[in-house]
Every structure is written in structure tokens, then in C-alpha cells.
Design a protein around this ligand. Structure first.
Ligand SMILES: *[C@@H]1O[C@H](CO)[C@@H](O)[C@H](O)[C@H]1NC(C)=O
Ligand SMILES: *[C@@H]1O[C@H](CO)[C@@H](O)[C@H](O)[C@H]1NC(C)=O
Ligand SMILES: *[C@@H]1O[C@H](CO)[C@@H](O)[C@H](O)[C@H]1NC(C)=O
Length: 496
């Protein structure tokens, strides 16, 4: 009896030792990574001149005392880019976007070997539409089960500055009233085989059937047979693709622009601090500096948390989750969403912000309080750059991107200094190194925002859709070709 008990305690003891060792090992690794992140962070800060180190340390301490989270948020919002004072010449923006797309496609044709078998083209037989006559575009299906423009008479469909104003939107709710149109739009997930049959019976060779597909990497084999003439998608080689998820525009020179000078007082700095800051700034850059922009960058640098943010809900794509798992060892990432294990979230954050859930306001607030955003696309398909990228830019974060190649971002006219592409770094650790270098050094951080002196972005649907529909109207007016997709599925999924 006694022997029995002693054996069982012995066993329990050895079990305990193993458990303790495992815990120790685990905390050791956690400690090691935390330490490593801290070491990299310190290393970059130490590279600053001594006087600057003191300046930033003192400032951070004061800011922390003086401004709570709500006040910081308020200041960040107050200084957000505001393009209301700029006169936007939308005809020029449309013309530039249209031309830019043509140039990009030409360049791609020259440099990339894109297989030609996806499209069939024939130049003859199509009579360009005389631009005095009306062009009708039929909304042949719903878009994700909702009517698109066939819901509200007042809705602006084509941008008011569109160079052509002869396009008319038609709705077809009853299958009995199908009449011919110049173009018919079918949304890929709303196509009903029986209903499309009634269209096909009346299809004429001059009618342009357009497939609308803004999602990437979908199986659309079953749509091959309809031989769509055009597509409306994010791919730049779609007939209609401008402003699918976002648009960057060049701003006209603002004549009322104010520049920083020696006497400028920097907001929320003492006289002495202002002087020091201006001195460093002028030492750093000799060109005149836009006052509003400099204030904005400094406010953001001071009041945003030096961390990356990520909202993620689609857990299927594993590549980005794996990358995140590595990166978070070296740089603080506040990740939220279904795919993130609770233990993986930032422990120090309060319970209030943790419950962001589906609250848009809460998400927005977090976006205004973080320096970086992981704009990792779920698919690595050509040109698949979605709203998460544009939203990050809009909210003043530096997007860290994964998905399409860097060149494809540049092809959309996005300045290379507006984002960070993971492909530029040999490992997540190297990337973390760079993120620390940026977050620890104002003049590094600043480089990622200087583009805002010349550009602004749009990412909301109501701004973008009228531009896309204008491109559609331009294309219909200028079309001289018969064409259709020989192999829609292969085209859509190439380089995915
Ligand atoms: C807008 O730009 C076009 C050139 O693309 C120019 O012809 C037109 O005059 C401009 N409009 C205004 C109001 O500046
Ligand atoms: C400006 O730069 C020069 C040399 O690059 C340096 O000697 C000087 O201390 C700098 N001034 C300030 C205020 O940082
Ligand atoms: C549209 O595609 C069909 C093939 O499905 C083709 O016969 C027709 O010529 C095309 N029309 C135009 C205007 O491209």
C-alpha cells in the first residue's frame, strides 16, 4: 500500500518537472523574442543624434501625460488630409486615368509575355457608334442579389465630368421586356442559366455582353460558354477597370499653400521645442516645406501607437497568417478577427477596444491610432489590390502589402514611398527591422507621407463607381472592335 502511493507521487513529480520545464522553455522563448524586438527598437533609436534622442524622449513623456487616447484621436482627425480646398478638375482626372491605363497596358505587352489565347479580336465590321445617338446599357442581373442602379432614380451613375454623356442605364426586371441594348452587364455570381438563355436567344453580334467580377481567383468555368465580349474587373487588362477599389489622383498646385519658416510655431510644442524641431527639419531638407503637411505628419508620429494593425476575417489563405506569426515576434501587431487566437492579441489593451467586433467606428478609431496596417491580400492575383489597401492609406497608416507584385502597385500610380512591400525584405525579421527604423525615427517616418503634397486618394464606392461607369461609357463610344473571351476562366485565373 505504502509503496504504491510513493510510486504514484514519484510519477506525478516527474510529470510536474516536465510540465515546469515546458513552461520555462516557453516563457524563455517568449522572453527571447520580446527582448529581440526591444533590442532592435533601441538600436534604431540610439542611432539618432544625442540632442534629438533627448528631444523625442522628453516629448513622448509629456505627450503621454497630457493627452489621453481620446484627445490624441481628436488631434489626428483634426489634421487629417482635407482636399476640399483643392479644385479638382475631374475631366482631367478621368482623362489622365484613362491614358495612364493605356500606357501601362502597352508597357506590359512589351515587357511581359502575356499569352494571347485568352482573347479573340477582329477589327472589321464594327461600326463605331455615332456619338450623337444614345447608347443603352442594360443591368441584366443583380449584383450580389441586390439591384445595382435600378433602385433609385436620383442616383448618379455616370460621372458628371464624363467626356461622353450619351449613355443611358436600363433596367430589366421582367424577363418579358428584354429588348436589345448596346451593352448588357451580368454579375458573375448572379447569373441564372435559364434566364441568361432568354437573353442569348436574342443576342445580336453587335451587342456587347459584359461580365462583372471584382473578386479574385473564382472558378468561372461554367461561364466560358457565354463568350462574354468584355469584362468589368480589377485587372487592368479588363475593358473596364479604372477605380475598382481605389484611385489616386494628382492635385493641382495649391496657390494658397503656406510654408514653414523660422517663426512658425509648431502645434503642441513649447517655443524651445519648436525651434529645435525646425532647426533639425531645415538641416534635413532644404526645400520649402508645406506647413499643413508637416503638422499632419508630426501629429501622427507623436500620437499614433508605434505598432501595426490588422483586421482579418478570412482564415483560408495560410500564407499571410504564417507571415504574421513570424512578424509579430519582432514587431508589435494588434491583430483582430476570427483567425487570430485570443492569446495572440495584445494583452495590454483595454477590454473596450478589444470588442471592436463589427463596429465600424471602433475600427476607424483603431485605424487612426496605429502607424502601420497589414494590407495583406487574400490572393496573389494580378492587380488584385483591394479596399483594405486604400482604406489604410486614407486613414493615414503606412500599408504593409503582400499579394500582387510591387510593380502592380506602382502601375496604379501609387508612389513607391506610400507603402511597404514584404517582397522587398528577405524575412519577416528584416521587415521588422525596417518598421522599427521607421517608427523610431521621425525623418524616416516622414518619407512615407511626403507624396500627400501632390496626391490624394479616393476609396469609397460612391466616389469610385461613377468613374468606372464613365470608363464604360467612353469605351462604348470609342469601340471599333469585335471581341470576346475565348477562355474566360483561364484569363481570370492567370497569374493567381
Ligand atoms: C480641366 O482640364 C482640361 C484638360 O484636361 C482643360 O481643358 C480644362 O480647361 C480644365 N478645366 C478647368 C476648369 O480648369
Ligand atoms: C545640422 O547638420 C550639421 C551637419 O550635417 C551638424 O553639424 C549640425 O549640428 C546640425 N544642426 C542641428 C541643429 O542639428
Ligand atoms: C460579342 O461576342 C460574340 C461571341 O459570343 C461575337 O460573335 C460578337 O461579334 C461580339 N460582339 C462584339 C461587338 O464584340
Amino acid at each position: 500500500m505504502i509503496i504504491n502511493i510513493s510510486i504514484s507521487t514519484k510519477l506525478a513529480l516527474s510529470d510536474w518537472i516536465i510540465i515546469l520545464l515546458t513552461i520555462q522553455l516557453f516563457t524563455f522563448y517568449q522572453y527571447k523574442y520580446k527582448n529581440e524586438a526591444y533590442r532592435i527598437k533601441k538600436k534604431h533609436f540610439k542611432q539618432l543624434p544625442r540632442a534629438e534622442q533627448i528631444f523625442w524622449t522628453t516629448l513622448t513623456k509629456n505627450d503621454y501625460k497630457e493627452f489621453d487616447k481620446n484627445e490624441r484621436l481628436k488631434l489626428i482627425l483634426k489634421h487629417k488630409q482635407n482636399i476640399k480646398n483643392h479644385l479638382l478638375n475631374w475631366s482631367k482626372i478621368l482623362y489622365d486615368s484613362f491614358r495612364h491605363k493605356l500606357v501601362t497596358l502597352k508597357e506590359r505587352d512589351r515587357t511581359i509575355n502575356i499569352p494571347k489565347q485568352y482573347k479573340y479580336e477582329e477589327k472589321k465590321n464594327y461600326k463605331p457608334i455615332n456619338n450623337k445617338r444614345q447608347i443603352t446599357i442594360l443591368e441584366a442581373t443583380t449584383v450580389f442579389d441586390q439591384p445595382k442602379f435600378c433602385i433609385n432614380e436620383e442616383q448618379v451613375i455616370f460621372h458628371p465630368a464624363c467626356p461622353f454623356n450619351n449613355c443611358i442605364w436600363k433596367c430589366s426586371r421582367e424577363s418579358t421586356t428584354i429588348t436589345q441594348s448596346d451593352a448588357s452587364i451580368f454579375h458573375y455570381s448572379d447569373i441564372n442559366p435559364e434566364r441568361i438563355q432568354t437573353f442569348l436567344e436574342k443576342r445580336s453580334i453587335n451587342e456587347i455582353y459584359i461580365l462583372w467580377i471584382d473578386e479574385a481567383h473564382k472558378d468561372v468555368h461554367h461561364l466560358d460558354e457565354y463568350k462574354f465580349n468584355w469584362t468589368l474587373s480589377f485587372r487592368q487588362d479588363s475593358e473596364v477597370s479604372i477605380a475598382t477599389y481605389g484611385l489616386i489622383i494628382k492635385l493641382e498646385k495649391n496657390k494658397n499653400r503656406q510654408y514653414l519658416n523660422d517663426k512658425t510655431m509648431i502645434p503642441y510644442l513649447s517655443d524651445k521645442q519648436s525651434k529645435f524641431f525646425l532647426n533639425r527639419l531645415h538641416n534635413y531638407s532644404s526645400i520649402p516645406i508645406d506647413k499643413e503637411l508637416e503638422f499632419r505628419i508630426l501629429i501622427n508620429y507623436r500620437f499614433r501607437e508605434k505598432q501595426a494593425l490588422w483586421f482579418v476575417s478570412n482564415c483560408d489563405p495560410k500564407k499571410r497568417l504564417e507571415y504574421y506569426d513570424h512578424l509579430k515576434k519582432y514587431f508589435t501587431i494588434d491583430a483582430r478577427g476570427l483567425c487570430i487566437a485570443e492569446s495572440g492579441t495584445n494583452e495590454k489593451e483595454d477590454s473596450l477596444t478589444k470588442q471592436c467586433g463589427k463596429s465600424e467606428q471602433c475600427e476607424k478609431d483603431q485605424m487612426h491610432l496605429s502607424m502601420f496596417y497589414l494590407a495583406f491580400e487574400s490572393q496573389s492575383c494580378t492587380d488584385y489590390i483591394t479596399e483594405k489597401f486604400w482604406r489604410a492609406l486614407h486613414h493615414g497608416m503606412i500599408p504593409i502589402v503582400m499579394g500582387p507584385t510591387k510593380q502592380q502597385y506602382l502601375d496604379l500610380n501609387i508612389p513607391s514611398t506610400a507603402f511597404i512591400h514584404v517582397d522587398d525584405y528577405s524575412s519577416p525579421e528584416q521587415l521588422a527591422n525596417r518598421l522599427h527604423a521607421i517608427s523610431q525615427n521621425y525623418f524616416e517616418y516622414r518619407k512615407y507621407f511626403l507624396w500627400q503634397v501632390q496626391y490624394a486618394i479616393f476609396y469609397e464606392t460612391e466616389d469610385l463607381e461613377p468613374l468606372r461607369m464613365c470608363e464604360l461609357c467612353i469605351k462604348l463610344n470609342l469601340n471599333t472592335k469585335h471581341r470576346y473571351y475565348e477562355n474566360l476562366n483561364d484569363w481570370h485565373n492567370q497569374e493567381c
